[in-house]
Ligand binder design. Structure first.
Ligand code: GCO
Length: 255
């Protein structure tokens, strides 16, 4: 049956930045497909609150609180999972931040902070996951990119560069890890209704621009990304590696 291609029963998925927003949508969607989920977040209180809410829905939920920019914390978290016998077979590199400022006003420290949180983190967490997936001969890595993986928007240069890097990091992961049974792919969300975009959503001019620039004439909902995430996390995508799938209401396909 084709529906079994999307069944994640027996799999364990680590989702970074999963306390809210897109990360929470990905985590709940993977849980609905049968996966045990390990929620990552840097705010322990928020992480536990989210985990308890998902457990109340009957899902199998663990938590791993660490800052995705802290290499020692990442290594320690994976070592703890190892010690608990928790094998991560699906990784969703979702964590990230946004910082909007024209480049001529941008401090280098802010540039580096965004690059670290949005790109380097995906490499470090991905490397720790792959070190454990390779001996098992299987694994799924889903990196979260953006429309800015392809196109630039003024005032979000470090985010754009990081998300462009996510697209090519995904291909680099495919180049090195596919022969080991790991598929590495990416999702490029369009303009989604999230906390990170609240200022944009509440700006009438920007809201009008998004609706005019998007063929579907609306912002996306986080749950509209779940199907693509489950697909890339499941056996249905076992011969797909190095790809980025845009879920953007058609925006990147039109002028
Ligand atoms: C911005 C937004 C975008 C979206 C998304 C678009 O300031 O333009 O934050 O970056 O969040 O990444 O794909």
């Amino acid at each position: 049956m084709t529906t079994s291609l999307f069944d994640l029963s027996g799999q364990t998925a680590l989702v970074t930045g999963a306390s809210r927003g897109l990360g929470l949508a990905f985590a709940e969607g993977l849980a609905q497909a049968g996966a045990r989920i390990v929620l990552n977040g840097v705010n322990t209180e928020r992480l536990i609150k989210t985990a308890n809410a998902l457990r109340a829905k009957g899902y199998d939920v663990l938590t791993a609180a660490f800052d995705v920019t802290d290499e020692a914390a990442i290594k320690s978290a994976f070592e703890h999972l190892d010690a608990e016998g928790v094998e991560i077979s699906i990784l969703v590199n979702n964590a990230g931040i946004q910082f909007r400022k024209p480049m001529v006003e941008l401090e280098t420290a802010d540039w580096q902070r965004v690059i670290n949180a949005n790109l380097t983190s995906a490499f470090v967490v991905g490397r720790e996951a792959a070190r454990r997936m390779i001996p098992r001969g299987r694994g799924k890595v889903v990196n979260i990119g953006s429309l800015t993986s392809e196109l630039a928007r003024a005032t979000v240069a470090p985010y754009t560069v990081a998300k462009g890097g996510i697209k090519l990091l995904t291909k680099a992961m495919a180049a090195e890890w596919s022969e080991h049974g790991i598929q590495a792919n990416a999702i490029g969300p369009g303009y989604m209704i999230t906390d990170m975009n609240e200022a944009l959503i509440n700006n009438p001019e920007f809201d009008a621009w998004v609706k005019g620039r998007t063929p579907m004439r609306r912002w996306g909902k986080p749950e509209e990304l779940v199907g693509t995430c489950v697909y890339l996390a499941s056996e249905a995508s076992n011969y797909v590696s190095g790809q980025i799938i845009y879920v953007d209401g058609g925006m990147i396909s039109v002028l």
